[in-house]
Write a protein that binds this ligand. Structure first.
Ligand code: NAP
Length: 249
């Protein structure tokens, strides 16, 4: 018996890495999946690659007009949502001295403002017993070089987890977070770092991971599936770190 037969799952940023792996995991469990991304070409390629009950629409989590149109666009695909995974995002790493207003705003717009209004827009479509999962990061539990703004924006998302869990409890909507450690995705290629800086950063991170490896996107997907499922029916306002022990050991 597939766990998500007849259920509709929305994943923001579903064209790569963690979002794409999670889309695949939900499709494999029988769900109908709707993904978003900034680029139609990436959505088309993901639909071609994954196949099955998947569709998508362009929505930039860092653009307020797109956020305001989110529900209207979503309703072209579904009138109810059983699982929302707020995953869209990127990290740009700068020192305190180098951070510009533009970099600061772009990061907060996509992660904090984007996460907040994505949930606000989706709430009217969420069914009784549905589940929202927010993607945070272990940088909210540890200082990482260049991650002051990224970590602060993710810390806002971490706070939303508890706050939304409290606000939505009467509607029987559970809200939880998954907090990934370093995962092998396009994230680091998109971080605005030169190749050499990327390699230095990867080596620095790896040296701190007790399990001595980067995680796989599918390892985050499995946790999202758990939090979305009936197996987590008494869990809300919680954040699960999936991090090879980086903030635990
Ligand atoms: N990889 C890690 O080590 C790690 C650790 C902790 C947390 N995370 C979090 O995990 C999430 C997914 O990242 P990933 O590692 O899977 O990286 P990724 O492979 O670069 O995937 C990022 C996804 O988000 C989408 N996206 C980025 N900015 C967007 C925006 N403004 N609006 C809509 N979609 C957007 C991208 O789609 P398009 O490019 O097609 O728009 C893509 O589908 C992020 O929130 C990230 O902060 C990652």
């Amino acid at each position: 018996m597939l766990k998500f037969n007849g259920k509709t799952v929305v994943i923001t940023g579903g064209t790569s890495g963690i979002g794409k792996a999670t889309a695949k995991a939900f499709l494999d469990e029988g769900a109908t999946v709707i993904i978003t991304s900034r680029k139609q070409a990436n959505i088309d390629a993901t639909i071609d690659e994954l196949g099955g009950n998947i569709s998508g629409f362009v929505s930039n989590a860092g653009n307020f007009r797109d956020l305001q149109a989110f529900r209207e666009n979503l309703q072209k695909h579904t009138h109810t949502v059983d699982v929302l995974f707020v995953n869209a995002g990127f990290g740009r790493f700068h020192s305190l001295e180098e951070t510009t207003e533009e970099a600061f705003d772009a990061q907060f717009n996509a992660l904090a403002k984007g996460g907040y209004f994505t949930v606000q827009q989706t709430v009217p479509l969420l069914t009784k017993g549905s589940s929202v999962i927010l993607n945070t990061s272990v940088v909210t539990d540890m200082a990482m070089p260049g991650a002051s703004v990224y970590g602060a924006a993710k810390s806002a998302v971490k706070y939303f987890t508890k706050s939304f869990a409290n606000e939505l409890k009467e509607q029987h909507i559970r809200v939880n977070a998954v907090s990934p450690g370093p995962i092998g995705t396009n994230f680091f290629n998109e971080a605005g770092l030169a190749e050499e800086e990327q390699e230095t950063m990867a080596a620095q991170i790896l040296s701190k991971v007790p399990m001595n490896r980067f995680g796989e996107p599918s390892e985050i997907a499995k946790t999202v599936i758990f939090l979305a499922s009936e197996d987590a029916s008494f869990i809300t306002g919680h954040e699960i770190q999936v991090d090879g022990g980086i903030v635990q050991v």
